[in-house]
Design a protein around this ligand. Structure first.
Ligand SMILES: Nc1nc2c(ncn2[C@@H]2O[C@H](COP(=O)(O)OP(=O)(O)OP(=O)(O)O)[C@@H](O)[C@H]2O)c(=O)[nH]1
Ligand SMILES: [Mg+2]
Length: 341
C-alpha cells in the first residue's frame, strides 16, 4: 500500500495531529520481546507506518509482535539470517522508501528511546534544515551524570574520532541510534557498503558526508533500564579505530582529490611531509649530537625546527578548512537529489 500525498507536510513543524502519511518508523528487533510492544504503543498518530524488522531474533520478536500487536500501521519483516542492527535498519529503509515514505525514523526495540521525541527528529527534516537527524545525550548535564562512566569515556573518544573520520565536526555522540532520515537522502546511500553491526551509525555519518548531506543533532535523554547490554567496549574500540582510519582515508581522497580540489588538498600532504621530515631530521641530528657530544649547529636546528613549525601550521590550516566544509545545504533541497513525483 503506497502512502497518499499530504499537502500539510510543506508547512514546517506541521506533523502534529492526524497521521501525516509520509512518516515511517523502522524498529530493528533482536531480543526485545519484553520491550517492543511498549515501544510501538508509544509511537504517536503522526506516524503512518511502522516496520518491525526481526533480525533472525532468537526470541522470534517478529512473530511475537504479529501475535500480540493489533496496530494496523505495523508491518513485520523478517531476516532469514542475522545481519546486525545496520542490516535490519536498511531492510526497513528500503521497504519504507518503496512504500513512498518521506521521512524514516529509526527507533530501537529495547525501550531505550522515547518515541515521544520523534517530532523533534522529524521537524528539522520537514523544515528543509537537515537530511538526517540523530540524538545527542550530551546536552543535559544532569542526564550525563546518570550515564555509566565507561560509556561516557567511550563516547567521548568515539565522538572525537568520528568528527575527524566523518567530517561532521559539529556533531557529538555519534553512536546514538535514535535517527531520522529524508527518503531522498536515504535513496542515495550505498546500502551494500555500509557496516551492518555496531559501526553502523558511525559509518552512516561517513557515507552521508560523502553525499554532502546535512546532519543535525537533537538533544535527548538516555533511558537505561533492565535491558541487557550487548555492547562489548573492549572489542568495539579496536575494531572502530581501524574503521575510522579507513573512512578518514576514503573521505580525504573523495572530498579533496577525487571530486574536488582546493588549497587544502595541497596543505595536508605538504604539512604532513614537512612535519615528518623536520621530526625525523631533528631527531637524527639530536641523537647524533648526543652520541658525539658535539652541539648541533644552529643551521641544522633551524633545518629541523622550521619544517616542523610550517608543517604544523599547514595541517592546522587544513583542519580549519575541513571544519568549515561541514555540509550546510540539505541534499533533498537540491533538485538533483529530489525524487521526481
Ligand atoms: N545486539 C543486536 N541488536 C540487534 C541486532 N539486530 C537488530 N538489533 C536491534 O538493534 C537495536 C540496537 O541494538 P542494541 O543491542 O540495543 O545496541 P545498543 O543500544 O547500542 O546497546 P545497548 O546499550 O546494549 O542497548 C535494538 O533494537 C536491537 O534489537 C543484532 O544482531 N544484535
Ligand atoms: Mg540498546
Amino acid at each position: 500500500m503506497n502512502y497518499p500525498m499530504n499537502p500539510i507536510l510543506d508547512t514546517p513543524g506541521a506533523i502534529a495531529g492526524p497521521a501525516t502519511a509520509a512518516i515511517a518508523v523502522v524498529i530493528p528487533s533482536y531480543r526485545v520481546t519484553r520491550h517492543i510492544l511498549g515501544v510501538i504503543a508509544g509511537i504517536g498518530p503522526e506516524v503512518a507506518r511502522i516496520y518491525v524488522v526481526d533480525d533472525k531474533c532468537p526470541d522470534a520478536s517478529g512473530a511475537f509482535v504479529r501475535a500480540n500487536c493489533s496496530d494496523p500501521r505495523v508491518t513485520v519483516l523478517e531476516h532469514a539470517e542475522n545481519q546486525g542492527v545496520g542490516g535490519a535498519v536498511m531492510t526497513g529503509y528500503r521497504a519504507a522508501i518503496d512504500d513512498g515514505a518521506r521521512v524514516i525514523v529509526k527507533i530501537d526495540g529495547d525501550g531505550q528511546m522515547d518515541a515521544a521525541l520523534l517530532p523533534d527528529f522529524v521537524a528539522p527534516i520537514l523544515a528543509g534544515e537537515a537530511d538526517y537527524t540523530k540524538g545527542n545525550r550530551f546536552f543535559d548535564l544532569e542526564q550525563i551524570r546518570q550515564m555509566p562512566a565507561m560509556r561516557l569515556f567511550g563516547n567521548a573518544v568515539l565522538s572525537l574520532m568520528t568528527k575527524v573520520s566523518s567530517g561532521y565536526w559539529n556533531l557529538f555522540d555519534p553512536t546514538n541510534g535514535y535517527t531520522a532520515i529524508h527518503a531522498d537522502a536515504a535513496r542515495h546511500l550505498p546500502f551494500d557498503k555500509i557496516s551492518r553491526r555496531y559501526f553502523f551509525e558511525t559509518d552512516m555519518l561517513f557515507r552521508l558526508n560523502t553525499l554532502g548531506a546535512v546532519v543535525a543533532d537533537v538533544p535527548m535523554d538516555a533511558k537505561y533500564g533492565d535491558e541487557v547490554s550487548n555492547l562489548k567496549i573492549s572489542k568495539v574500540v579496536t575494531e572502530f579505530a581501524l574503521k575510522h582510519v579507513r573512512n578518514l582515508g576514503k573521505r580525504l581522497f573523495y572530498n579533496y582529490y577525487l571530486r574536488n580540489m582546493s588549497l587544502a588538498s595541497l596543505e595536508l600532504p605538504l604539512g604532513l611531509g614537512l612535519l615528518g621530515f623536520g621530526t625525523v631530521y631533528g631527531l637524527a641530528r639530536w641523537i647524533g649530537s648526543a652520541e658525539s657530544d658535539v652541539a648541533t649547529p644552529a643551521g641544522s636546528v633551524m633545518l629541523a625546527a622550521l619544517p616542523v613549525i610550517m608543517g604544523v601550521q599547514l595541517i592546522l590550516a587544513f583542519l580549519a578548512y575541513d571544519i568549515a566544509s561541514v555540509p550546510t545545504r540539505p541534499l533533498h533541497k537540491k533538485t538533483l537529489f529530489r525524487r521526481v513525483p
